[in-house]
Design a protein around this ligand. Structure first.
Ligand code: NAD
Length: 252
């Protein structure tokens, strides 16, 4: 088990699915976890599951002022932040024909602009300390095209681009920046997409078969990768789109 003892971590979208699993795994590894979500009650539920004392925050990542306020709270309590996980994200099913510009704007506002808003709230203090670790949640849809996911792929390719840009820009500041690119993971997010199909059971089977391993991933499996990337054992890893896709991309 990699240790995150003495580390202060902040996770967005921590009230559900992958974000919740990351908060739980970080606490198990010894970190002090700040769990943020647009839905405060769900973040509080997550904090109640943590092995170490944590704090829940209501945060809409689209609200830049709110991001600054929550960062000030964290810095006020600890003086700094060690690990930022930009996990909050939203999805959409559609092609160029069926994706409205508003759909694109809605996804961009959370998956790209929101990710940058949270980052900008914490980054200056990391640069000042010459230490920091940032993990963005991208997707397999950030490295290859996924059918019927135009807006989602557009935003997740952007997340991979931001990851690489930031890794270059801030390596000399002692800050590592990576992203995780999961294949399909069984969370409320994927269940909502499946429910949009006329035959949800067939969609579930098809989505499972996309992975060479023939199944979807588990939130805990993504969380294990986040613990590694956040740990000092990953000191030489930066700018990486970390594929965790059950072999989806292996044949592409
Ligand atoms: P989820 O829907 O279960 O959880 C997402 C959480 O983000 C929710 O708690 C939601 O309230 C929160 N959230 C949404 N909008 C927000 C906002 N504006 N501000 C703050 N919080 C907000 O989703 P998940 O499956 O756990 O996905 C988490 C991340 O992983 C997303 O970025 C998603 O794109 C990515 N991802 C998921 C999968 C998958 O198959 N589940 C695959 C690849 C990537």
């Amino acid at each position: 088990m990699f240790s995150l003892s003495q580390k202060i971590a902040f996770v967005t979208g921590a009230g559900s699915g992958i974000g919740r699993a990351i908060a739980i795994a970080f606490a198990e590894a010894g970190a002090c976890v700040h769990a943020a979500d647009i839905d405060l009650a769900s973040a509080e539920e997550t904090v109640a599951m943590l092995a170490t004392p944590g704090t829940a925050h209501e945060l809409d990542v689209r609200d830049q002022e709110a991001c600054a306020r929550v960062a000030a709270l964290v810095h006020g309590a600890h003086g700094h932040l060690d690990i930022l996980v930009n996990n909050a994200g939203v999805g959409h099913v559609g092609t160029a024909l069926t994706t409205e510009l508003d759909d694109l704007d809605r996804l961009h506002a959370v998956n790209v602009r929101g990710l940058l808003a949270v980052t900008k709230a914490f980054l200056p203090r990391m640069v000042e300390r010459k230490a920091g670790n940032i993990i963005h949640m991208a997707s397999i849809g950030g490295v290859l095209a996924v059918r019927d996911r135009l807006a989602y792929c557009a935003t997740k390719f952007a997340v991979v681009g931001i990851t690489k840009s930031m890794a270059l820009d801030h390596a000399a500041d002692g800050i590592r920046v990576n992203c995780i690119c999961p294949g399909r993971v069984e969370t409320p997010f994927v269940k909502a997409r499946i429910a949009e199909y006329p035959d949800p059971e067939a969609a579930y089977r098809e989505m499972s078969a996309t992975q060479a391993l023939g199944r979807m991933g588990l939130p805990e499996e993504v969380a294990a990768a986040a613990v590694y990337l956040a740990s000092d054992e990953a000191a030489f890893v930066t700018g990486t789109p970390f594929l965790l896709d059950g072999g989806w991309a292996a044949g592409k």
